[in-house]
Structures are given as structure tokens and as C-alpha cells.
Design a protein around this ligand. Structure first.
Ligand code: TYM
Length: 333
């Protein structure tokens, strides 16, 4: 049976509308850090994105832009495997097997499906429903041991563990390791700038609710200036009563690599206006170099395509023997 002798990281991001600050602080910064310690495999999950993006040109453009954004954020394709999900057949091959060992009731409990399908449940694509099973296949096809994600993915990762255990019980003891989530303590849940009780998200209809990695300095400053605030004096961390102030503090602390308490102490008697002015400067300072690098990379699309092509070939070589062995374990070979 193919095995991994050391810890192996796997994570993925949908190529929907680029990277927003929540993705960056909640996941990608952590992905970048992990490269020093682990073997890392990072995937642009275009098959997941097909549940919502159903236009070929848009899909191709988004995938390339996501490749550029990840490299610009610090993912090093020489050290990590950076690739595109649909180019590695192992994911869909394994997904079917896992669909067959996953009880319907487990998938029915997934809150993300309920949120995304909303009132349109009957019209939602079946792919959106089995989305978390494909996510389990992504991770297990590499026998990954650790998965760095934001908090919103916690339930999907618990399901991945249950699915791995279900396969192992039926077919081969210890075949898949049970993957461990790695969730950042500080910025695991970055909230919308318009509503501190809602997650910052690429799919929020209001662009003012999020900072995109591609926003220019003026846009970032204006979004932060207009971010929802409250009328309490000073800045403090109190997610129950002051969700917006708390979210801005979290963003400030994460971007400056400082403790939240330390930033809160510095701004305890500051006005929202001056706190936001400093936060806007900090955001621009941290994001502008990534933005510039990304634009430079996108000027040479052939290079990005070649990097993703090379990563996909490497990913295929890692996953194929594992999924072949899973096929053997179920009797397909
Ligand atoms: P996606 O594309 O929605 O988001 C990518 C990563 O960003 C994190 N994230 C956040 N973190 C903190 N605050 C936020 N507001 C915020 N918004 C997003 C997400 O938690 C995620 O880590 N289903 C996954 C993609 C996926 C995957 C996988 C992840 C497919 N296969 C296998 C891990 C392993 C998703 O939709 O992520």
C-alpha cells in the first residue's frame, strides 16, 4: 500500500472571484508558513467551483488568476505542489468511491449546503450537495495528514475524517490517515465589513463587504473608511456586543502579526476614524506588494499555465498510485 512517511499538508481554494482578505488571513498565510516545515500540496479546486461558475472563459480566467494570486502571496511552486484539481483524475475517481461509503444523513447535516442552496434547494445542482465528499477525496487522494483552513471548513473536515474511517472500516484498516484540521487561532473567521456577524465572503453581493487582493490603495482605504462601526467610545475587543470593532481589531492584529490585546490597548481611547486610517495604511502596505506581483505574473500567462501544468503532473504522480490502491481495495482491480 502506498504510504507517506511524514506529515503531508493538503488544502484547496475555489477559483471563484479571486482572493479576499478572509481567505488570505484565515488560510493562505498559513499555507505559506507551512512550506518551511511540511510537504505541501495546494489545489485550485475548479471542480468545486463548477457548482457556481458555469462559463468556460470565466473558469479559465479565474483559474489562472488564482494561480498568480497564490504565487504572489508566497506559495513557492518549486517547494510546494501547486495545481489544478480537474487536471488530476484521481479526485473524481476517488470521489465516486467515497460517495458510496458516505451515508446520506452525514451530508444532509452540512450547514454550508443549506446556506448556499438557501430557498433554491430543489434547483441546486447535485454537485453542490456532494461537494464535501469531493473535498474528502481531494485530501484523501494524497493521504494528507493536515489541512490548513479557516473555521468555516471545520464541519467539512470532520466529515472527511468520518468518511476516511468509514472506508477504512469497510475495506482496509488504516488505509487513509484521518486528516487533522489546522485552524489559525487569530483570524480563523474574518467577518464582513458591512456586518460583523457575517463571514467575509467572495459570494457576498456587496463588494464593500470585503477587501480583495486585487483592490487598489484608494479602494481599500475607502472600504475601510466606510466599514460599519458603532457609537461606543474607543476601540475594544468584544465580539458579542461590538462585532464590527472586534473584526477590525482582528484584521489589524493579523496583518501586523501582533496580539489582539496589544492592538486593543494601543487604540482603547482612539476614535474609529483614526483607527480606521491606520488600518487602511496597514492594509495597503501589506497587500500592495502582493497585488503588484500578481499583475506582473499575469503579464505572462504562459508562464503561469506552465507552472500549473507542471504542478498538476506532480500531483497526478502522487495521487494516482493511492487511488489505484483504493480501487484494488474495493475490488475494481
Ligand atoms: P474557499 O475557496 O471558500 O476558501 C478558501 C480558504 O479560505 C478560508 N476562508 C476564510 N477564513 C477566514 N475568514 C473568512 N472570512 C474566510 N473565508 C474563507 C476557508 O476556510 C478556506 O480555508 N471547500 C473549500 C475548498 C476546498 C478544500 C478542499 C479545502 C476544496 N477541497 C480540501 C481544504 C481541503 C472552500 O470552499 O474554500
Amino acid at each position: 500500500m502506498p504510504s507517506t512517511s511524514r506529515n503531508r499538508i493538503f488544502s484547496g481554494i475555489q477559483p471563484t472571484h479571486g482572493i479576499q482578505l478572509g481567505n488570505y488571513l484565515g488560510a493562505i498565510r498559513n499555507w505559506v508558513k507551512q512550506q518551511d516545515q511540511f510537504e505541501c500540496i495546494y489545489c485550485i479546486v475548479d471542480q468545486h467551483a463548477l457548482t457556481t461558475v458555469q462559463n468556460a472563459d470565466e473558469m479559465r480566467r479565474n483559474t489562472r488568476e488564482m494561480g498568480a494570486a497564490l504565487i504572489a502571496s508566497g506559495i513557492d511552486p518549486a517547494r510546494s505542489v501547486l495545481f489544478v484539481q480537474s487536471r488530476v483524475e484521481a479526485h473524481s475517481r476517488l470521489a465516486w468511491v467515497l460517495n458510496c461509503v458516505t451515508p446520506l444523513g452525514w451530508v444532509n447535516r452540512m450547514t454550508q449546503f443549506k446556506e448556499k442552496a438557501g430557498k433554491q434547494r430543489e434547483n441546486a445542482p447535485v454537485g453542490l450537495f456532494v461537494y464535501p465528499v469531493l473535498q474528502a477525496a481531494d485530501i484523501l487522494a494524497y493521504r494528507a495528514t493536515h489541512v490548513p483552513v479557516g473555521e468555516d471548513q471545520k464541519q467539512h473536515l470532520e466529515l472527511s475524517r468520518d468518511i476516511a474511517a468509514s472506508f477504512n472500516r469497510r475495506f482496509a484498516e488504516d488505509f487513509f490517515p484521518l486528516p487533522e484540521p489546522m485552524i489559525q487561532a487569530e483570524a480563523a473567521r474574518v467577518m464582513s465589513l458591512r456586518d460583523g456577524t457575517k463571514k467575509m465572503s467572495k459570494s457576498d453581493p456587496s463588494d464593500m463587504s470585503r477587501i480583495n487582493l486585487t483592490d487598489d490603495a484608494d479602494t481599500i482605504a475607502s472600504k475601510i473608511r466606510k466599514a460599519k462601526s458603532d457609537s461606543i467610545l474607543g476601540i475594544s475587543y468584544d465580539p458579542e456586543n461590538r462585532p464590527e470593532a472586534s473584526n477590525l481589531l482582528t484584521i489589524f492584529a493579523a496583518l501586523s502579526d501582533r496580539e489582539r490585546a496589544d492592538v486593543a490597548a494601543e487604540y482603547e481611547s482612539a476614535s474609529f476614524a483614526s483607527f480606521k486610517e491606520h488600518l487602511a495604511e496597514l492594509c495597503v502596505e501589506k497587500l500592495a506588494p502582493i497585488n503588484a506581483e500578481m499583475r506582473g505574473l499575469l503579464a505572462n500567462p504562459d508562464h503561469i499555465d506552465a507552472v500549473l501544468g507542471d504542478g498538476s503532473a506532480r500531483a497526478d504522480a502522487l495521487a494516482r498510485p493511492i487511488v489505484d490502491a483504493a480501487y484494488e481495495a474495493v475490488g475494481f482491480r
